[in-house]
Ligand binder design. Structure first.
Ligand SMILES: Cc1cc2nc3c(=O)[nH]c(=O)nc-3n(C[C@H](O)[C@H](O)[C@H](O)COP(=O)(O)OP(=O)(O)OC[C@H]3O[C@@H](n4cnc5c(N)ncnc54)[C@H](O)[C@@H]3O)c2cc1C
Length: 120
């Protein structure tokens, strides 16, 4: 039973990797280690995959994959949450590459990975 579930999750992650070529990293990859290096150091949390998002489509595919595999999903912005909640054991959406800020008159559009310094 456990083997079947693991196989299914692996298949979903492989499909996601194909959909988002070059934007999905796993434990052996440098990008994975960088994304997991957050301010807090939660013990024992090992994401199965990190999706290095560049556009909304990447987020949509990753959410669909987490739903399909039945695994947790978390969002990593700046990685400064004191409790380390940016990381989970499933798929992590790394928004560090989405830091655009557009200011138009008195309205600002802020991307998910924006830091306070970007906004300022
Ligand atoms: C030393 C220190 C100093 C700080 N100083 C300040 C300060 O001066 N002013 C201030 O305002 N804050 C401060 N903070 C707090 C910190 O900046 C805030 O927690 C901030 O919200 C972190 O944003 P982030 O993008 O880095 O979150 P990340 O660490 O990237 O975390 C992602 C956030 O998304 C949430 N999340 C993850 N997955 C999901 C999901 N599936 N659905 C919904 N939510 C999800 C997590 O709970 C987490 O809060 C400080 C924190 C530290 C550790």
């Amino acid at each position: 039973m456990l083997e079947t579930i693991t196989r299914d999750i692996d298949a979903v992650l492989r499909r996601l990797s194909g959909q988002l070529e070059g934007r999905v990293s796993t434990q052996a990859d440098e990008g994975y280690r960088a994304a997991c290096a957050i301010w807090a150091k939660p013990v024992g949390r090992r994401p199965r995959a990190i999706v290095h998002c560049r556009e909304a489509r990447d987020i949509q595919f990753a959410i669909a994959a987490a739903r399909s595999a039945g695994i947790p999903l978390s969002v990593r912005g700046g990685g400064h949450d004191w409790a380390g909640r940016a990381l989970c054991d499933g798929i992590v959406l790394d928004l560090g590459g989405m830091r655009d800020v557009v200011v138009n008159a008195d309205i600002a559009w802020v991307s998910g990975g924006t830091r306070a310094s970007d906004l300022l």
